[in-house]
Ligand binder design. Structure first.
Ligand code: NI
Length: 185
């Protein structure tokens, strides 16, 4: 292999790394709103009487996961990016109880968080904030971590639904089986 071509290898190229940078707050918020929407689309698949179901006592229920995402977004990330300390103190039914209340809570905390994020300037993204663990992190990197956190728990929702034998929607229109069927067509 030509040595210069390493520059374009996905694992070595600085160019590729820069694509993952978050430089423009409006572009990010547009993307982030879609991420949140794809999580909330799953809520409709949770049976109404299973909101506080879990696979093992002591583990997060559906409701815990949804309230956790809502509170971590608003009480931790949205506080931290304002250079304030986290106010996150849990995700119990004291925050929202009942199928509709839990879903509403997720939407309300998201709207309140977006109002805070929208006030950030592109310059703010380059400032540092402190995580609850006490580490200094650049604000845009902390916001990127917020996306990963959301997707991590969305994955859990998919598994919970699967454990209840509920057919979940494909993420982008086709199931993996349908993608395979497209080969050679
Ligand atoms: Ni979490």
């Amino acid at each position: 292999m030509d040595r210069r071509s390493n520059r374009f290898h996905p694992h070595f190229s600085n160019l590729n790394m820069r694509f993952m940078e978050l430089k423009d707050i409006n572009t990010f918020l547009h993307y982030y709103a879609k991420i949140k929407h794809r999580t909330s689309k799953l809520f409709a698949y949770i049976p109404e009487d299973k909101m506080e179901w879990t696979y093992q006592p002591g583990k997060f229920t559906f409701g815990d996961i949804i309230r956790h995402l809502a509170n971590i977004e608003r009480m931790m990330y949205a506080e931290n990016v304002q250079q304030k300390t986290s106010l996150y103190d849990g995700c119990g039914t004291n925050y929202a109880d009942g199928y509709e209340a839990v879903i509403e809570f997720y939407q309300e905390q998201h709207a309140a968080s977006m109002a805070i994020f929208s006030k950030l300037t592109n310059e703010d993204l380059l400032k540092k904030c402190k995580t609850p663990a006490g580490f200094e992190i650049t604000i845009w990197k902390w916001m990127r971590a917020m996306v990963e956190h959301e997707i991590h728990h969305r994955g859990q929702l998919y598994i919970y639904l699967g454990m209840l034998n509920i057919t979940t929607p494909p993420l982008y229109g086709l199931t993996s089986e349908e993608v395979i069927e497209q080969v050679g067509k």
